[in-house]
Design a protein around this ligand. Structure first.
Ligand code: SAH
Ligand code: SF4
Length: 380
């Protein structure tokens, strides 16, 4: 079976035409999927039962993610969901909410996973330490966003931004990541502006060039973590043949192709890559690039790396700012709920999350959790 959430609007149009149905059925399907967020075909009461059966006969279904845990940070700004996909794998999705400046309504950013586990093995990353299980499909990325959208809708809010910064390396799962971006930004599907999406990569240069050629306006973040090859290869073991200079050149090409400057992410690891000398080297590397640096004091994981003190972090930031480099320290969010990617799942597996409320098999979306029963006929 194939999930309907995988199909781009023009593919839904083609499916409907192939079934000999009028074109407005496509609109009804898309409305049910993205506006009503139905969890099963049985909820599409505007569709004739024969059409729903036909859809199922063609091999299409709706298989929503199931929420197995939900944890919220003390300040309520970060909510983390542990979702189970159809084959049983567990995926993390995080909602981060920020007050926006100038009285605008607050930002609600969803951090989505693109893989179960990750093959890149970054030494400070909980996901990297669990190894690679499998790529997620585009519909599984959509299911994460819709799970959060459903949660927000209950409070009269909605998703404003999406970052591909959860478990896994999005550009190592290129085709599904791009399909997910197209579904999320198509006005007939989820309909979020492309500029409200950021893809974060450990630095797969060929894929960055491919992304630059997609004619998309999505933001790109490169996880740099070190200004030189020797240090970077210690932290990102798979960096191998890709040098820091290669990443700088790829970032420049991305900017020229899209007009969007790349952000560099830099996880600050106490005593490892956070000295003023390293900051000065990073400043020399980025001087004149116009790039933004996002400093992330590390969330301690099994790797044994510590988070630098506030003073050390601010000293590092000051060196960059004094050199004219645009730089921010990422606001600490959700540390107490293991919000670094892969941490909740790792804690759950180790029995460390006993204090979290298990929401055993609570369906994420939809009012009913019936199997895809054909809807009552109510054709127009
Ligand atoms: N694989 C992609 C996207 C997922 S990781 C990438 O590496 O960019 C998203 C971000 O979280 C990366 O910048 C990564 O370095 C950072 N990260 C991973 N583990 C972390 C930890 N324990 N503390 C803080 N940031 C972490
Ligand atoms: Fe994978 Fe990103 Fe974690 Fe590295 S930091 S192991 S690339 S998820």
């Amino acid at each position: 079976m194939t999930s309907l959430l995988r199909l781009l609007p023009h593919e839904i149009d083609a499916l409907v035409a192939r079934m000999g149905q009028p074109a407005y059925r496509a609109r009804q399907l898309l409305h049910g999927l993205y506006r009503e967020q139905y969890a099963s075909l049985g909820e599409f009461t505007t569709l004739p039962a024969t059409f729903c059966s036909q859809i199922q006969d063609e091999g299409y279904e709706l298989a929503p993610a199931v929420e197995v845990r939900r944890v919220m940070s003390d300040d309520g700004a970060t909510t983390k969901l542990l979702l189970r996909m159809a084959d049983g794998i567990l995926i993390e999705t995080v909602l981060m909410q920020y007050a926006a400046a100038g009285g605008r309504s607050r930002r609600s950013t969803v951090c989505v996973s693109t893989q179960a586990g990750c093959a890149m093995g970054c030494v400070f990353c909980a996901t990297g330490q669990m190894g690679f299980e499998r790529n997620l499909r585009a519909e599984e990325v959509l299911a994460q966003v819709l799970a959060v959208q459903h949660l927000l809708a209950q409070r009269g809010e909605h998703v404003t931004n999406i970052v591909f910064m959860g478990m896994g390396e999005p550009l190592a799962n290129y085709a599904e990541t791009i399909r997910a971006v197209r579904l999320l930004t198509d006005v007939r599907a989820f309909g979020l502006g492309q500029r409200h999406i950021t893809i974060s990569t450990v630095g797969l240069v060929h894929a960055i060039d491919r992304l630059a050629a997609e004619q998309l306006q999505v933001g790109l973040a490169i996880s740099l973590h070190a200004p030189n090859d020797e240090l970077r290869q210690r932290l990102v073991p798979t960096a191998g043949p890709t040098s820091v200079a290669d990443l700088m050149a790829a970032a420049k090409r991305y900017f020229h192709a899209t007009g969007r400057r790349v952000t560099f992410e830099y996880a600050l690891l106490d005593g490892v890559n956070d000295t003023p000398e390293v900051a000065a080297e990073l400043a020399r590397l980025l001087r004149g690039s116009g790039s933004h640096v996002n400093l992330i004091p590390v969330n301690p994981t099994a790797g044994g790396f510590g988070r630098p003190s506030r003073t050390r972090t601010l000293t590092f930031e000051r060196v960059l700012l004094d050199a004219g480099i645009n730089c921010t320290v990422r606001v600490e969010k959700g540390t107490e709920i293991s919000a670094a990617c892969g941490q909740l799942r790792t804690d759950a597996a180790n029995g460390l999350a006993a204090d979290l409320i298990p929401l055993a098999s609570v369906p994420v979306r939809g009012r009913r959790q019936s199997p895809a029963a054909p809807a009552q006929s109510q054709s127009r």
